[in-house]
Design a protein around this ligand. Structure first.
Ligand SMILES: NC(=O)c1ccc[n+]([C@@H]2O[C@H](COP(=O)([O-])OP(=O)(O)OC[C@H]3O[C@@H](n4cnc5c(N)ncnc54)[C@H](O)[C@@H]3O)[C@@H](O)[C@H]2O)c1
Length: 364
């Protein structure tokens, strides 16, 4: 079978001849930087020239662990380094505005951890401030570069399954560990972790129309640690109300499944000529015309860490070509609008329109 090869979906370096011209300065040396960003850059040979964290211990330990030549606790010091050409912003949303303003003193392209912000107002503020300061801002929705998601998108592009009419995601996991930031974050399961699947739903949508409205339900267990629900189910509509649109999506994420053997992360996409589905390591396709055949492809690579390299490679390539980042703030606003709408919908028990949450003509 030849419709998908690893080079079609794994991250790869583009035409850039000298990647050392794009020295990365990392801001935020926490968990995700150490477990995903830096291992990915090491694996794909991306140069990290300096790192910065308000915690001296975090900055020093990270520099030592990954052989990063310089570290600091002061963003301004990082910005004074000529070799820092790209900023990798891996801090939580709250301090991002202040740090962006510091970067504005000596602007560099910034790839910011997903989502741009946890709520729409904050996301608009960051997008507008970056534009005002002359900072090229990209959003690190790196799940788009996870091998399974890239492979699915690649096969979708081959139009083997006809007109797409259904996108379905089913995710089962567990993140109710006490004491971690995610159990203490408001609406974490939707606005932080769930934002990956909301964004992927938009990414897999093959049509130019954005989502129109969403209805979302959640449940909260009596004895759970997390302050907000860890399970959601969202029905997404594309097009006018009335139930006659050619595409719908349903997204279900149960993040409080204690029986870990039952965990999974699966997408199904149905078209008029067949169906595609994938777990994180295998892609399947069944076509109407071959009734007894399931095409099954074992995929190479994994979300952690490969997707983090894919996202950064694509960002640097776009900068090199003078183009827009692969995920612009405007693009990400449509994703954050959906998570915002899901929270409102679940809280108020009603369907929420995209245009209502985006308020105002320049924001729709
Ligand atoms: N798959 C993913 O994309 C993924 C997974 C996990 C976390 N994240 C995101 O990454 C971000 C960071 O998460 P984490 O788990 O690494 O958190 P963390 O708390 O482990 O790390 C954050 C680090 O930022 C540092 N920091 C805070 N303010 C700073 C400032 N002004 N300047 C420099 N450093 C500062 C902190 O000292 C800390 O070391 C969050 O937005 C989270 O949602 C993304």
């Amino acid at each position: 079978m030849d419709f998908l090869r690893p080079e079609d979906y794994l991250p790869k370096k583009s035409h850039i001849s000298d990647w050392s011209r794009y020295g990365i300065g990392l801001i935020g040396c926490g968990s995700i930087a150490n477990t995903a960003h830096l291992p990915a850059y090491r694996k794909y040979g991306l140069p990290v020239v300096a790192c910065c964290d308000v915690s001296e211990e975090a900055a020093r330990a990270t520099a030592e662990k990954f052989g990063i030549p310089r570290w600091t606790t002061d963003v301004r010091e990082l910005l004074a380094m000529d070799e820092v050409r790209i900023i990798d912003l891996a801090i939580h949303p709250k301090p991002r505005l202040e740090v962006l303003r510091q970067i504005g003193q000596a602007p560099r392209p910034v790839l910011c951890q997903k989502p741009l912000a946890l709520d729409l107002e904050h996301a608009f503020t960051l997008a507008e401030e970056a534009a005002r300061l002359g900072i090229v801002l990209g959003v690190n929705q790196q799940a788009r570069w996870a091998p399974a998601h890239r492979a699915l998108k690649q096969v979708l592009g081959q139009q083997l399954i006809g007109e797409i009419y259904s996108i379905h995601h089913y995710m089962r996991s567990f993140q109710d560990q006490p004491g971690w930031w995610w159990t203490k974050m408001e609406n974490f399961n939707i606005v932080d972790h769930g934002v990956h699947y909301v964004d992927l739903c938009r990414y897999f949508n093959p049509y130019p129309e954005e989502w129109s409205r969403v209805h979302c339900t959640t449940a909260q267990l009596k004895e759970q640690n997390a302050i907000d629900p860890l399970i959601y189910s969202a029905n997404v509509e594309f097009g006018p109300p009335g139930g006659r649109n050619p595409l719908m999506a349903s997204l279900h994420f149960n993040n409080i499944v204690r029986a870990s053997r039952s965990h999974s992360n699966t997408w199904w996409i149905d078209g008029t000529e067949g169906s595609l589905w994938c777990t994180q390591d295998t892609l399947y396709m069944a076509l109407n015309k071959h009734k007894n055949v399931i095409h099954e492809i074992r995929l190479k690579g994994s979300w952690f860490p490969d997707a983090f390299a894919g996202s950064m490679l694509a960002f640097i390539t776009a900068i090199d070509e003078g183009g827009e980042p692969p995920v612009t703030p405007n693009d990400n606003l449509q994703t954050v609008a959906m998570t915002t709408a899901m929270v409102i919908s679940s809280r108020e028990g009603r369907t929420v329109e995209r245009t209502d949450v985006l308020k105002g003509s320049e924001r729709s």
